[in-house]
Design a protein around this ligand. Structure first.
Ligand SMILES: [Zn+2]
Length: 389
């Protein structure tokens, strides 16, 4: 058992004393609890003048609860004119404070709350009152982290997510930025650079529902994407205007069906596995025999093919044999040593290898069926079968 009077030997303020007994005296603040303790201890010691020390001399809190105005200014300096309507407060206190607190709580009955908890709650109330915004635990617009030891703050604004679909009309453009070619055009940088101008923010990422090769055009009903904007200053802006600017940029990208979205949509579109329709221009060393190529196409209709990971992507993908269904291959026409075909196939089919055979790594292949080497010269995705149209 302990004596309350033992508390008198610590250099702490009434708030910190009250916090040690936070689970006693329902409806009291820690400061009020501290005042009762002060009175009781004074009686116990027979010293009517006994008092806890001032907050700024307190060995535990070092007066941090009196610095809310300063902390508020530090936060708002970082927030600038960024929009937010919900926020969360976290805090870091020095290790010796945490240890001293733990030790005292153990000694006095383990019925207290931590200084972090009180600080986060009380500064949260203060911040809410000052800004007219709401404290929210889950997914707040603004996360505030206060370092109580060195009195600095870090903030993070929740990313915003914009859903849309893109068409790509170029054969020289990757979907996302390359580390070794950061300045070249990409689908990501063309869309992202416009959106970051409208939203403010520190960075952007394009999450695509799959991706086409650099040299493949993405036509037809377009590919779904979500663009993530980090630390946005504005959480809402005119998406029609964004689409207009991207589309009038004439950099070979068109976007449409834009809407504000969320993180869950990123996972949803990344998991989607739609069949696709391709338009391929294929080429042979010699003249292409129309009847033979038509027959070769027909042989693959409705067939499963087996594709070992192509050498060209072997560094990025594990070496597996995948089964893919070819729904149909239709010959559009033949001209000299070129032919145009329309292919409808499972998501993830390697079309270039379906045509070439990839040195036997894809079986059967169009080259094999035709009986002479064929290669894809140009490839377009013309439809992603999302079942919406
Ligand atoms: Zn204190």
């Amino acid at each position: 058992m302990f004596h309350l009077a033992e508390l008198a030997s610590y250099n702490i303020c009434s708030r910190c004393a009250g916090r040690i007994f936070a689970y006693h005296g329902h409806g009291l603040t820690n400061v009020e609890r501290g005042r009762y303790l002060q009175f009781a201890i004074g009686c116990e010691l027979g010293n009517p003048d006994f008092s806890f020390c001032d907050e700024d001399k307190c060995k535990l809190c070092h007066g941090i609860f009196k610095k809310f105005d300063d902390i508020y200014s530090l936060v708002m300096k970082k927030v600038g004119d960024a929009q937010f309507s919900t926020f969360l407060v976290g805090s870091v206190f020095p290790e010796d404070t945490m240890m001293m607190e733990e030790e005292m709580q153990r000694k006095f009955g383990s019925s207290g709350e931590s200084i972090k908890k009180e600080f986060n709650r009380e500064f949260g109330k203060f911040f809410s009152m000052k800004t007219g915004t709401e404290y929210r635990q889950d997914d707040p617009d603004l996360s505030i982290l206060v370092n109580a030891e060195y009195l600095f703050v870090e903030i993070k604004l929740r990313s915003i997510y914009v859903y849309g679909k893109y068409r790509k009309f170029r054969r020289d453009m990757p979907q996302t930025r390359w580390i070794h070619r950061p300045d070249g055009d990409t689908v990501e940088s063309i869309i992202g650079s416009v959106m970051i101008r409208h939203s403010g923010g520190t960075n952007y990422y394009l999450h695509g529902s799959g991706r086409e090769d650099v040299d493949v055009r993405m036509l037809g009903n377009g590919r779904e994407f979500v663009l993530e904007l980090e630390n946005p200053a504005r959480r809402e802006f005119d998406l029609d205007q964004v689409a207009r600017e991207v589309n009038e940029y004439h950099r070979g990208i068109e976007i449409f069906d834009l809407s504000f979205s969320d993180k869950d949509t990123v996972s949803r579109i990344k998991l989607e596995n739609h069949k696709k329709v391709y338009d391929a221009l294929i080429v042979s060393d010699g003249l292409i025999d129309e009847e033979r190529i038509r027959k070769a196409c027909a042989e693959l209709n409705g067939k499963n093919i087996y594709q070992r990971t192509p050498l060209r992507v072997a560094q990025r993908r594990s070496d597996l044999i995948r089964t893919r269904r070819i729904d149909s291959i239709d010959l559009v026409g033949v001209s000299g040593n070129e032919a145009e075909i329309i292919i409808s196939a499972d998501a993830g089919t390697y079309i270039k290898e379906l045509v070439s055979g990839d040195d036997g790594r894809t079986k059967p292949s169009l080259s094999e069926m035709y009986g002479a080497p064929l290669n894809v010269k140009e490839l377009d995705v013309i439809k992603i079968c999302r079942g919406e149209d």
